[in-house]
Design a protein around this ligand. Structure first.
Ligand code: PGA
Length: 253
């Protein structure tokens, strides 16, 4: 059975390295005994440098962004190669909170390529801001996927993960998350776009995750009925009580 991928996106939290250590330790404790779950913890870059990749083969470290250049005069940026040297193996790229600050598909595509070249698996975020009755959001998603993956060569696709995060469902209550049938329909659409860009078997092998107001209440149905390969979890990944519950629910699916 393919392991479910759970990405813990801490965003700009917590406010101290002590708390970061506690949250990380709780997540590792919860995930280490699970056979059917892979956990990717993505703390702020500074904290990621505090942690060692745990020896368990189902627990990994990721960043929330990387820059596309290898080095040089780029104040404030962190390179994919630097991340790799710290034992980091994944990078979230094109999160909507970064796109909101001006990150375009073209920028996302450059970062995806830099991540792949450095040996990081890019977790490429896509998602529409709203759903209209005519379904124009499908076109939006298609263009966003095509633009964000424009740099990916066919042989690199197997390293890419797609995180579908409808913006309207992020940062709310679990009741406001997307319902499983709509998740399923969108995941099929995403694979169709990938199949048109690459091949049907290559597209079928790409993990498609859902993100947006996931917690222990809705994680199970979203993955089992929504037929996605895992979840990208924001706020609830900082909750040392609920997050272990969520992991064990997914492990049991
Ligand atoms: P949320 O965030 O789980 O807090 O909704 C998800 C995300 O934006 O990564």
């Amino acid at each position: 059975m393919k392991k479910k991928i759970i990405v813990a996106n801490w965003k700009m939290n917590p406010d101290s390295p002590e708390k970061a250590r506690e949250i990380f330790a709780a997540a590792v404790r919860a995930a280490r005994k699970l056979k059917h779950v892979s956990l990717v913890v993505c703390p702020p870059a500074l904290y990621a440098g505090l942690f060692k990749k745990p020896s368990e083969r189902n627990i990994f470290l990721g960043l929330q962004d990387v820059f596309w250049e290898k080095g040089g005069a780029h104040t404030g940026e962190v390179g994919a190669g630097m991340a790799r040297a710290f034992g980091i193996s994944y990078a979230i790229i094109g999160h909507s909170e970064r796109r909101r600050l001006g990150e375009t598909d073209e920028v996302v595509s450059k970062k995806v390529l830099a991540a792949l070249q450095a040996g990081l698996r890019p977790i490429v975020c896509i998602g529409e801001a709203e759903r209209d009755a005519d379904g124009a959001y499908f076109n939006f998603l298609k263009n966003q996927i095509r633009g964000s993956l424009a740099s990916v060569r066919p042989q690199q696709l197997k390293e890419v993960i797609i995180a579908y995060e409808p913006l309207w469902a992020i940062g709310k209550s679990f009741k406001d998350a997307m319902k499983p049938p709509a998740v399923h329909e969108t995941a099929i659409f995403i694979r169709k776009v990938l199949a048109d860009m690459f091949t049907v078997p290559a597209a079928a092998a790409v993990p498609v995750l859902y993100g947006g107001s996931v917690d222990a209440e809705n994680a199970g149905p979203i993955v089992s009925e929504g037929r996605v390969d895992g979840l990208l979890v924001g706020r609830q990944s900082l909750d040392s009580e609920n997050f272990p519950k969520l992991l064990s629910i997914l492990n049991g699916l």
